[in-house]
Design a protein around this ligand. Structure first.
Ligand SMILES: Nc1ncnc2c1ncn2[C@@H]1O[C@H](COP(=O)(O)OP(=O)(O)OP(=O)(O)O)[C@@H](O)[C@H]1O
Ligand SMILES: [Mg+2]
Length: 310
């Protein structure tokens, strides 16, 4: 059931098991990003407040050019913010040297991109090994760990093949193995199913869900509502601003569907920013996740309470 309480409050009030300590993975306050091209400045992120706690599975949706990849690149330490505060796993990113940032990125973040970004001249196994090369792991250990990661995504038999010799879905599974071979706390995925067919997309999402269930925090950008449905939290971004932030709860019956390549789990909504369009019977008549019914911000653009910063 949706409530009429602001998302921020509900998020902080979420029940915590006795003795459990929920740790913050991402904490952003008033983050702005301005790109400069010659004399032209473009304000790509505007006063973004964003908190992600360990174990979250966050989907980010928004129109093309709204700032999704910009936000992802800043979260992933691939780009720097123009102003504001950003803390990753307890580290104030603004205080870090370039070397420290690179170390943090290698140790704590795995990336998956729409275009796979595998090196074509390397085998799948060698691609998965790469983050361990940068982490100066011994050759023997990195072989073992890369093979274990490839096995986890079901590609051990393909270890000696090059990317051009396998399908898009297999390339993306390799990219997931590469992202997770260092056992990072955070997986960032920018449209991971954008270049693969629907069956391969299911396999990719089942893999990502499996890693999330074993503790990896996931932040995923997608244009596809079906893909966003796998997350337990949906962020909407528009013109560089976060405009919605909604939490969902998987019912036990739904969560079992994650393990098999079937339809994504439907969600029960546990909280939502104020939006009459999402309350009461309108939810019962539509899928629980507003991603299924289009952007509720778009349905109610005049409602300023729609804007919720976490
Ligand atoms: N390096 C850059 N220099 C100048 N402007 C940029 C740069 N990178 C992104 N932008 C601009 O910032 C805005 C946000 O871009 P971003 O790539 O974050 O959008 P997006 O939401 O990921 O879009 P898409 O869904 O098409 O991937 C766009 O208007 C884009 O043109
Ligand atoms: Mg993008």
């Amino acid at each position: 059931m949706p409530t009429t309480t602001g998302t921020q409050q509900l998020y902080q009030d979420a029940p915590i098991a006795a003795g459990a300590e929920i740790q913050t993975t991402i904490r952003m306050r008033q983050v702005n990003k301005i790109y400069h091209s010659g004399k032209i400045a473009f304000h790509a992120l505007k006063d973004v407040d964003f908190t992600v706690t360990q174990g979250d599975f966050v989907a980010i949706m928004g129109p093309s050019g709204s700032g999704k990849s910009t936000l992802m690149n800043i979260i992933g330490l691939l780009d720097e913010l123009t102003s504001g505060y950003y803390e990753l796993n307890g580290h104030n990113v603004g205080d870090l040297s370039d070397d420290d940032r690179a170390f943090l990125r290698n140790q704590e973040i795995g990336f998956v991109f729409q275009s796979f970004n595998l090196l074509p001249q390397l085998t799948l196994l060698e691609n998965v090994e790469l983050p361990l090369v940068y982490a100066a792991v011994s050759q023997r250990e990195r072989r073992e760990r890369a093979l274990a990661a490839l096995t986890e995504v079901g590609l051990d038999r393909w270890q000696g093949h090059r990317p051009v010799e396998v399908s898009g879905g297999q390339m993306q599974r390799t990219a997931i193995a590469r992202a997770l071979v260092t056992r990072p706390a955070l997986l960032l995925a920018d449209e991971p199913t954008g270049n693969i067919d629907s069956q391969a997309s299911l396999e990719i999402m089942n893999l990502i869900c499996g890693f999330n269930q074993r503790g990896t925090t996931v932040v995923l950008i997608t244009h596809e509502k079906d893909i966003a449905n796998y997350a337990n939290r949906l962020i909407m971004i528009r013109d560089g601003r976060l405009t919605e932030d909604a939490l969902y709860e998987r019912s036990p019956a739904n969560s079992s569907s994650i393990a098999t390549p079937t339809a994504p789990a439907a969600h029960s909504e546990v909280s939502h920013s104020h939006n009459p369009a999402n309350s009461g019977s309108s939810l019962a008549a539509t899928p629980a996740n507003p991603a299924d019914s289009g952007s509720s911000f778009a349905a109610n653009p005049a409602n300023p309470t729609e804007v919720s910063h976490v």
